[in-house]
Design a protein around this ligand. Structure first.
Ligand code: SF4
Ligand code: SF4
Length: 106
C-alpha cells in the first residue's frame, strides 16, 4: 500500500532527496495534477493574488518533506516541473545548513 500525507512525510523525511523539483511558476496552469501525484503531499496550489484571489500556481510548501520521487514532474502535462540535482551540503562553502533547511540545488 502506498503511504500518503503526513505519515509519508514522517516516514520519508529522513531519506535525503537526490533531486528536488523546480517549478517554472509563470508557465504553471494550476491544473493540480502534480498536487494529486505527490505521495507526501508537499505540493499545493497557491493563489497568486491578494487574499487568496487570482490564478493558482503549484508551490512546494514543505521542501524538506520532498523525497525527490519526481512523480510531480512526470504528472505535469506541460513540463513545468524540472528535477534538479541536489548538491551535497559538505561540498558547499560557508555556513553549515540548519537541520530543517532544504538541501541546496544547483
Ligand atoms: S518529487 Fe514531487 S511528487 Fe515527489 S515528494 Fe517531491 S514534490 Fe512530491
Ligand atoms: S501539473 Fe504542472 S501545470 Fe499543473 S499545477 Fe502542477 S506544475 Fe502547474
Amino acid at each position: 500500500m502506498w503511504v500518503r500525507g503526513p505519515v509519508a512525510r514522517l516516514k520519508l523525511r529522513a531519506m535525503p532527496a537526490v533531486a528536488l523539483p523546480r517549478i517554472d511558476e509563470p508557465r504553471c496552469t494550476g491544473c493540480g495534477r502534480c498536487v494529486a501525484a505527490c505521495p507526501p503531499q508537499v505540493i499545493w496550489l497557491q493563489a497568486t493574488g491578494p487574499r487568496g484571489w487570482g490564478p493558482k500556481r503549484a508551490e512546494v510548501h514543505d521542501m524538506p518533506g520532498c523525497t525527490g520521487c519526481a512523480r510531480c514532474a512526470l504528472a505535469c502535462p506541460f513540463g513545468v516541473i524540472r528535477m534538479e540535482k541536489v548538491v551535497a551540503p559538505e561540498a558547499l562553502p560557508g555556513e553549515p545548513l540548519a537541520p530543517n533547511d532544504p538541501p541546496p540545488v544547483k
